[in-house]
Ligand binder design. Structure first.
Ligand SMILES: *Cc1c(COP(=O)(O)O)cnc(C)c1O
Length: 305
């Protein structure tokens, strides 16, 4: 267990809290569906971000850097997770944030600032060119983590998510996809007889497949299935159909989901079940990758959890 201090309030990250929860969904089709609840490990850094950051942090500390910089938008779970991890390791953190500063700050950026991160706002045009951004803001004591934690070390950390489960029980592993780092890790960390299904939260991200494959070993690549039609209009879009589904899912399964990633994943699963995509005897492991703080951007009382 890891104890963190934000504003002198102690916060715990406890990866052993990530319990496996079986769903009632799919039982009538003789399917076993288990959910790995990474949302339970921490209220802010819940989910996959902690795993994706692990080895970047380790490398930065090992090489003697005293400061970490990274990138993200106003609702980036990666930014707040980076701020939290740096706070814990007593490293300085700097976040280069896309777009103009808003008052008040988004919940996400406020949390990052509370963890001590210095926020620097960058125009959308400048933000696009990360290579130039890094080059112009280079400092000898500064370690850069790529946007979204995308990279070999991020995928290596994501693969370690699977160390906590009895992997041989499952035929399929299903997870949300943003940058694709987590999915690449799941592909590398899974067994040769398992299929990995990724539900993209973005609309028309044509380069996603090559980005996932770029971080994976060639012998694993045929086990990847990316689904692109469960985006609900795009990355941060949350039409009422999605919200209704999330409320209904909560009532039936007592599992909270978020509007950006996991709501779409469980919707996809229930849709695939209706289409009899899975066969009797299949055993699914769904990664609940966390991110519940993203729901704070909704009007109050939109969700019962
Ligand atoms: C960031 C995030 C993802 C996507 O992870 P990638 O490695 O960028 O694909 C999925 N779910 C949640 C809750 C996240 O915060």
């Amino acid at each position: 267990m890891i104890i963190l201090k934000i504003n002198s309030v102690k916060v715990q990250i406890n990866t052993t809290l990530a319990e496996i929860k079986p769903l009632s969904l799919g039982k009538d089709q003789k399917l076993a569906i288990d959910v790995l609840r990474l949302d339970l490990i921490h209220p802010v850094i819940s989910g996959n971000k902690w795993y994706k950051l692990r080895f970047y942090m380790e490398e930065a500390i090992h090489k003697g850097y005293t400061e970490i910089a990274s990138f993200g938008g106003a609702y980036s779970n990666h930014i707040v997770a980076t701020a939290c991890a740096c706070n814990f390791h007593q490293l300085k953190s700097v976040g280069y944030i896309r777009g103009d500063k808003t008052e008040p700050l988004s919940h996400t950026l406020q949390a990052a600032a509370d963890f001590g991160m210095q926020l620097i706002f960058i125009s959308r045009a400048d933000y696009k060119n990360k290579t130039a951004l890094i080059k112009n803001n280079q400092q000898p004591n500064r370690y850069w983590i790529p946007e979204g934690g995308y990279g070999i070390l991020g995928a290596k950390g994501a693969a370690s998510i699977l160390n906590t489960v009895s992997l041989e029980k499952y035929t399929h592993i299903i997870a949300a996809v943003g940058s694709g780092t987590m999915l690449a890790g799941l592909l590398n960390g899974s067994r040769a007889d398992q299929t990995i299904i990724g539900i993209s939260s973005q609309k028309n991200n044509k380069s996603l497949e090559s980005e996932v494959l770029h971080l994976t070993l060639s012998e694993n690549q045929h086990r990847l299935i990316l689904m692109h039609h469960y985006h609900f209009g795009g990355f941060a879009k949350h039409p009422s159909e999605l919200i209704h589904f999330m409320v209904d899912f909560w009532k039936k399964e007592s599992i909270p989901t978020d509007i950006v990633y996991t709501g779409k994943v469980f919707f996809a699963i229930s849709d695939l079940l209706q289409k009899q995509y899975f066969k009797p005897g299949h055993r699914l492991l769904v990664i609940h990758s966390g991110g519940l703080q993203g729901n704070l951007s909704l009007p109050e009382k939109s969700l019962p959890f």
